[in-house]
Design a binder for this molecule. Structure first.
Ligand code: ZN
Length: 203
């Protein structure tokens, strides 16, 4: 499986990082080796002094597809989840300055937390899902999918022009504002509405 991530999909997050608002979705990939195995902690890598959490709504692809029209995109996923796109912000800032690719900052081992998935039918409107992240019991990020610049079906249309999507692929749909640094012994818990979707310890 592959992980397809969307950058800069929430206006308030673009502002907090002082980034430019893109005219089309910003995409990057994480390999399957980026996924934190179930019940394992996130281990802060020695190469970064500033790892950030980014909580994101996930979409799991259920069918192979290429050039998917947004009208039919809903047929390519049944489940919605929540995860963390861990980012080595110090390395990313350096790479951005130099105009280099982001993989070292975004695709390293452990950089993808994939929590539980639930059926999309449990949501009345996929463009109105509340989600949040708690760091040691304090709410640090809250988001609602209505604020996404590109909605799920538009993302699938755009992504599938470039990458064939396959069963089990996961899309990280971008993070709202409130990103911040993680520290050893942190506990990060993610919620969709009031349901806990993951809990992970930092080491
Ligand atoms: Zn992200």
């Amino acid at each position: 499986m592959k992980i397809i991530c969307v950058g800069r999909n929430y206006a308030a997050h673009i502002q907090e990082l002082d980034s430019e608002r893109p005219s089309s979705p910003v995409l990057f990939l994480k390999p399957d080796s980026a996924v934190v195995l179930k019940n394992n902690p996130f281990i802060i890598p020695e190469f970064s002094q500033n790892i950030h959490y980014e909580v994101e709504i996930l979409v799991k692809i259920n069918k192979i597809g290429k050039y998917i029209d947004r009208k039919f995109a809903h047929k390519y996923y049944d489940e919605i989840g929540l995860g963390i796109d861990f980012t080595a912000r110090d390395i990313q800032n350096h790479l951005k300055e130099k105009g280099l690719p982001w993989e070292l900052a975004k695709a390293f081992d452990g950089s993808a937390v994939i929590g539980n998935f639930v059926s999309k039918t449990q949501f009345a409107d996929l463009n109105d899902i509340n989600f949040s992240l708690e760091q040691n019991g304090n709410a640090v990020q809250t988001g609602n999918t209505s604020y996404m610049l590109w909605k799920i079906d538009e993302l699938i249309e755009y992504i599938s022009k470039y990458f064939t999507v396959k069963i089990g692929d996961v899309i990280f749909t971008g993070t709202p504002s409130g990103v911040g640094q993680v520290h050893p012994d942190d506990v990060l818990k993610g919620y969709i509405e009031s349901d806990e979707m993951f809990s992970i310890k930092v080491k």
